[in-house]
Design a protein around this ligand. Structure first.
Ligand code: NAD
Length: 400
């Protein structure tokens, strides 16, 4: 089967297993070359660990700190003409590398919001490692099924109080397009908070705590975003911003519980903008991302997903270089938020969002858009994309 990129509305439909095999190996090799760091997290549960920041966290913790990892993700195996999702292949090649390194690993592919999945994971922890030392909550989803009513609730990415007009990049066409996003309603705010706020994170932590599956000093962490003033209408002051406020409030509640009962802690890390499945879907984010990357590359502060998460766990969760703001949030995004980076990005956005040719020539645009292709296994060096991919071989690589 010859596999070429298929992109609809900035969402990849196809994934290239050979390309992903190579990119996962590169990520893991990068972590190994950085050397080990010390944590007290031997057993780690990652909810949403198959792609983006969750996968970066899993690679950093397993290959940088020797952690045994359990991952819950919602991914598709290959079937017929369907190539399988990128996250599926990340899981497969992660497992191969973990096996070779003598690490324990387990993947649950299913709906993390469901009670059944929580039950399955709890039973597994009980029967294998006994307790977990860290829970990373890195879910990004557009939908959540209400477990009591069966209703499918959808999150949205909308501004509040007014509609906005702006521009974004149609990545498949390589062109800048105009967009108008209508203001979100109260129902859309409530639904987005339900899907992307802190409720499910809290359910996971409380469920495992009640079952006696959290170790002394257990930590949990979730990821939030603040970002530029220029992105505020659609992000921080929009429906998703309300969900992030709720996530951050949940961190405080969980922190009280974990510190009292376990001597542990709940953390929020403000992470930087990167190209992931979830982020390129945010209206306007690709233009901001391209110029931000360009500024950060010039300044020498640009980090990939795995580099960002390696620094988070090594320096700020377990190390002694934790940088927190007045709300107690870990500010891993401090390089993105530096005044000169923000001022230059904003200034150049005003010019370049009207100049597609110049925008796409930027080093940062090549990196941001390149990352988008790479996450599904495309545009990886030394992979022959005209060669037949032996899907029978790849389909037999199952998950443990
Ligand atoms: P992503 O889309 O790359 O990964 C999302 C993960 O959630 C995947 O592992 C996916 O399988 C899993 N998932 C989704 N629905 C699921 C379900 N129902 N059951 C089980 N697993 C499910 O997302 P990301 O960009 O890495 O985002 C992760 C977190 O980081 C989010 O909270 C996001 O807001 C935050 N964050 C992202 C950025 C960014 O620029 N990407 C910046 C700051 C913070």
């Amino acid at each position: 089967m010859i596999i070429k990129p298929m992109i609809r509305s900035n969402v990849h439909i196809a994934a290239h297993p050979t390309g992903i095999e190579k990119s996962v190996a590169e990520m893991i090799d990068w972590v190994k070359t950085q050397g080990n760091f010390k944590t007290d997290a031997k057993n780690v549960l990652i909810v949403g660990g198959s792609s983006g920041y969750g996968f970066g966290s899993r690679c950093a913790l397993a290959f940088g700190a020797g952690a045994n990892t359990i991952n819950v993700s919602f991914e598709a195996a290959p079937q017929g003409k369907r190539t399988g999702s990128a996250g599926w292949w990340n899981n497969v090649f992660f497992q191969q590398a973990a096996e070779a390194a003598g690490l324990e690993y387990k993947d649950f592919v299913g709906d993390a919001f469901s009670n059944d999945t929580k039950e399955l994971v709890a039973n597994y922890i009980k029967e294998t490692c006994g307790k977990i030392d860290l829970l990373v909550y890195s879910l990004a989803s557009g939908v959540r099924t209400n477990q009591n009513t069966g209703e499918l609730v959808r999150s949205s990415l909308k501004p509040l109080g007014k509609s906005i007009e702006g521009k974004t990049i149609d990545i498949a066409k390589g062109s800048i397009i105009d967009l108008t996003v209508e203001a979100g309603t109260q129902q859309e705010i409530d639904d987005t908070v339900y899907v992307m706020g802190g409720d499910d994170w809290q359910l996971w932590v409380n469920f495992l705590a009640e079952k006696g599956l959290l170790s002394e000093k257990c930590k949990t962490i979730a990821y939030t975003y603040i970002g530029a003033e220029s992105m505020s209408d659609i992000y921080r002051a929009g429906t998703i911003g309300k969900a992030k406020e709720d996530l951050e409030k949940t961190a405080n509640e969980l922190n009280n519980m974990l510190s009292t009962k376990f001597g542990g802690e709940a953390l929020i890390s403000v992470s930087k903008a990167v190209a992931t499945k979830a982020s390129v879907f945010i209206p306007g984010m690709p233009i901001y991302g391209c110029i931000l990357f360009d500024e950060m590359i010039k300044k020498g502060t640009h980090e990939t997903v795995v580099e960002h998460k390696y620094r988070l766990f090594k320096d700020m969760v377990y190390g002694s270089k934790r940088l927190v703001d007045e709300k107690g949030r870990i500010r891993l995004d401090s390089f993105e938020m530096q005044n000169d980076i923000q001022e230059n990005t904003l200034k150049r956005m005003r010019i370049l969002e009207n100049d597609q040719i110049e925008l796409l020539k930027l080093e940062g645009a090549k990196e941001f858009i390149g990352d988008f292709y790479k996450m599904n296994g495309f545009e990886i060096e030394n992979v022959d994309y005209n060669a037949d991919v032996d899907m029978e071989y790849y389909s037999n690589l199952d998950l443990k």
